[in-house]
Design a protein around this ligand. Structure first.
Ligand code: ASP
Ligand code: MG
Length: 431
């Protein structure tokens, strides 16, 4: 049988008891005849605690040192887990990201994987050991310094290793039973999704569904590596993230007839953005470009952009866009510098907004989805501030206090719920 990569998140290895439970599961997989490679996150809230510690000694810790500090979290869990597995009579060897051959660029705190050379992992497997790899870290090809991949990056480590090793599957263990049609904390009758395509999962992840790291899904799609998201607290089958053909095929096998893809797969929401409006911009060629260039130069990733039609009398227009809340201050400073050059009237900053998105590959071929979504929002008394769409997604920006109402309204309108409440959140502090 082939190689299985299993990734355990922080809540699955939060304490000694959890680590022992995870060790049992790993040994059972090994006994079933698989070669097992495990990727671990730091225990519980360790990463947050290390960041707090760094901030207590320095308001702006240098990236190199912060990465060195944060990677210690995963080193602890990998070594302790290897010991727990050894204690069950199965040999296990832990490896840092660098030892496992995770080669990255040198962008501290958000390094990208450029190559994976897992020679030592393959050697450990060949000798019958389970290999445990520290997630979310690598080593820079150029500077040889230790890097991290960004928060939540262990998912990406797992998929990258699975692809490099030619694994059969990358299992991502977490504290819920899989991916749900909406966040079960907001929508109690959210349904677990059995299978979802990479492209839909990318839209869900990019629009606030926190369960999988966006880059891990991109990586999986590029390498066609199936991901199985499931709970480490139960034996239930979770959600498979696979290519579109496999979603449709599995559906028709179940129903015994060719299946249409669900029109809407899920509702995602995101409270991490804010909105800036540049009020009273002269409606002339190049002004929008100047504004967006200033943001690009400040390394800010903007999401939605809306430019209003200029009022005929004044020839002035408003430009609004959304951006990560964390970048709000930087963006306002960058735009303030443009005031004389562009000659706009003023800037408005609003950080109490939220984004609600419906995602589904089936909307490509079904008319009326936008109308139904907007009707549901209207009936729930939700006011839409901005709209953006892709081929398989419709997103709206609403005031933050209406996010829950909007998610529930959309979920009900597209009949995504189930009669029995099935979502169980097993662990985690939600930090
Ligand atoms: N421990 C890191 C974090 O909390 C990486 C991860 O969990 O994937 O962001
Ligand atoms: Mg984590």
């Amino acid at each position: 049988m082939g190689i299985v990569v299993q990734k355990y998140g922080g809540s699955s290895v939060a304490d000694a008891t959890s680590i022992k439970r995870v060790a049992q599961r790993i040994v059972a997989t090994k006994k079933a005849g698989h070669d097992v490679v495990v990727v671990v996150s730091a225990m519980g809230d360790t990463t947050d605690e290390l960041i707090d510690l760094a901030n207590q000694v320095s308001p702006l810790p240098p990236g190199r040192e912060l990465d060195m500090l944060l990677t210690a979290g995963e080193r602890i869990s990998m070594a302790v887990l290897a010991m727990a597995i050894g204690n069950l009579g199965q040999e296990a060897r832990s490896f840092t990201g660098s030892q496992a051959g995770v080669i990255t660029d040198s962008e501290h705190g958000r390094a990208k994987i450029i190559d994976v050379t897992p020679g030592r992992i393959e050697a450990a497997l060949a000798e019958g050991a389970v290999a445990i790899v520290a997630g979310f870290q690598g080593v820079s090809q150029t500077t040889k310094d230790i890097t991290t991949l960004g928060r939540g990056g262990s998912d990406t480590t797992a998929v990258a290793l699975a692809a490099a090793l030619g694994a059969d599957v990358c299992e991502i263990y977490t504290d819920v039973d899989g991916i749900f049609t909406a966040d079960p904390r907001i929508v109690p009758n959210a349904r677990q999704i059995p299978r979802i395509s990479y492209e839909e999962m990318l839209e869900m992840a990019a629009n606030g569904a926190k369960i999988l790291h966006l880059r891990c899904v991109e990586y999986a799609r590029r390498n066609d590596m199936p991901i199985h998201v499931r709970s480490s607290f139960s034996d239930k089958t979770g959600t498979w993230v696979v290519k579109t053909e496999d979603v449709v095929q599995a559906g028709s096998a179940q129903e015994g007839s060719p299946m249409e893809q669900a029109i809407i797969s899920g509702v995602a929401h995101d409270r991490s953005e804010s909105k800036i409006t540049v009020v009273g911009v002269p409606d002339k060629v190049g002004f929008a470009a100047a504004i967006l260039q200033a943001l690009a130069d400040a390394q800010i990733n903007i999401d939605m952009v809306v430019q209003n039609v200029s009022a005929a009398a004044t020839a002035l227009t408003d430009i609004s866009f959304t951006l990560p809340r964390a970048d709000g201050q930087t963006a306002m400073t960058a735009l303030a510098r443009l005031k004389d050059e562009v000659g706009y009237e003023r800037l408005q900053y609003d950080d109490s907004v939220g984004k609600v998105s419906i995602v589904g590959a089936g909307m490509r071929s079904s008319p009326g989805i936008t109308a139904k979504f907007f009707r549901a929002l209207a009936d729930a008394g939700v006011n839409i501030e901005m709209i953006s769409t892709s081929e398989i997604r419709i997103s709206v920006v609403v005031t933050e206090s209406q996010v829950d109402a909007a998610v529930n309204a959309a979920h009900a309108a597209f009949d995504l719920g189930t009669d029995e409440v099935e979502a169980v959140v097993y662990g985690g502090t939600g930090r």
